[in-house]
Design a protein around this ligand. Structure first.
Ligand SMILES: [Zn+2]
Length: 128
């Protein structure tokens, strides 16, 4: 059975457009809207498949992060997932949801070719 993959891009950069579909000179808080859309269109369906809530403890892992390409992990919740994956400065997250699992790749100044895949699993630990 072929898996249907849904993609989503979330970025720190302004994605506002003006009446002519050109990049807008001023920002109308697009990030807030984009984050809401991501949550309703991709995160909620993912949580529904997993049987997780917004406050379910999850562990985030990645095998290649930053300019050194080191592995790392963190504990968080779906509610705070984006805060955990975001950086200071400019970043872009590309999510893929295959109907069962969600992954994400981050692009930033130190990660121009992208990180490894962020993967998420149920955890019994939480730190914040
Ligand atoms: Zn904007």
């Amino acid at each position: 059975m072929k898996k249907e993959i849904t993609e989503w891009k979330l970025t720190s950069q302004c994605v506002c457009i003006d009446d002519n579909d050109e990049p807008s000179e001023s920002c109308y808080d697009c990030y807030v809207d984009e984050l809401d859309l991501f949550k309703s269109e991709m995160l909620m369906p993912y949580l529904a498949v997993k049987g997780w809530e917004m406050d379910t403890p999850i562990k985030v892992t990645n095998s290649r992060l930053g300019w050194r390409g080191v592995s790392g992990y963190a504990y968080t919740t779906p509610e705070k997932l984006i805060e955990k994956l975001a950086l200071d400065g400019e970043w872009t997250l590309r999510f893929e949801f295959d109907g069962h699992d969600l992954t994400a790749i981050r692009y930033s100044h130190d990660e121009p070719m992208g990180t490894g895949k962020f993967e998420f699993e149920l955890s019994d630990e939480i730190d914040d």
